[in-house]
Design a protein around this ligand. Sequence first.
Ligand SMILES: Cc1cc2nc3c(=O)[nH]c(=O)nc-3n(C[C@H](O)[C@H](O)[C@H](O)COP(=O)(O)OP(=O)(O)OC[C@H]3O[C@@H](n4cnc5c(N)ncnc54)[C@H](O)[C@@H]3O)c2cc1C
Length: 280
Amino acid sequence: MRRVAARYIAGETLPEALDRLADLARRGHPGIIDVLGEGISDEREARAVATNYTEAASAVASRRLDCYVSVKPTHVGLNISEDLAFELYARIAKHCQGLGLFLRVEMEDHPTTDGTLRVFERLRREHANVGIVLQSRLFRTIDDIDRLARGPLDVRMVKGIYLEPAAIAHTDPIRIREAYVQCVQKLVGRGAKLSLATHDEHLAESCIGILKAAGRATDSYEFQVLLGVREELWARWSAEGHRVRVYVPYGPDWRAYSLRRMKKNPQIVGHVMRKMFSFR
Ligand SMILES: Cc1cc2nc3c(=O)[nH]c(=O)nc-3n(C[C@H](O)[C@H](O)[C@H](O)COP(=O)(O)OP(=O)(O)OC[C@H]3O[C@@H](n4cnc5c(N)ncnc54)[C@H](O)[C@@H]3O)c2cc1C
């Protein structure tokens, strides 16, 4: 499990994550830093997580890395209370603002969607350096785009990694992709800043078509990719003039993250087992 995780995770400590970010920067890729963890049910722990994030942000700024901070709502206490999550996000946002850094509110599984959007809307009123993640898998997302308050909006568009019930979400990969394109179309229409977080080159082509048709310059959007996933695509997109930002998770709490990644691509497990036991 740990060997599989090593592909997706920068390490257990902040210095390891910073080294990986510096390495990616040398290869022309800006980064996103994520402290692994989620589902915190103890307030003191949630407060300690927020401190980890402010320390990570300070370290990123002092190394002058082009990198922003990405935080899961239940890692800063959304399951305890929305007010706590708001307070801790606001603390991180303020700290990042002082350092000239951006903060992304991530999206988890559907029971947390309403709370996350409410926290994000509150944050957005007070902090200009905050963006959200939206998942095309959920039926609701296309309408959520209309429900978000007017004004500057920064969205990372994803398919959604959590397997959701068919009553509320697309389950067919083709429908998830179509919904992604529809969401991008709508977000471009309302002038949102966009991060296309995907490793699906066909989806990427459709999105680039929409952005080009809307006259969007290549510096008005970016691709975002996960550490360890489809590096050949990063190189291709970079060569075509697109910015490719890499998500760099780190921390001792790597098990849940790695399990989700392995479920997404079970072939990885076989690949690692073959290597470990020298199977051909
Ligand atoms: C920067 C970033 C941030 C994200 N943040 C969130 C978030 O906040 N909330 C959320 O729900 N989801 C998030 N995701 C995950 C996202 O929702 C998808 O689950 C994930 O990106 C896979 O979908 P895909 O668009 O790459 O398409 P897919 O069709 O799943 O994959 C396209 C191709 O990439 C390969 N691939 C995809 N994932 C892997 C992998 N792990 N290992 C090896 N190959 C792989 C596939 O085999 C396929 O060939 C994020 C993704 C990225 C890149």
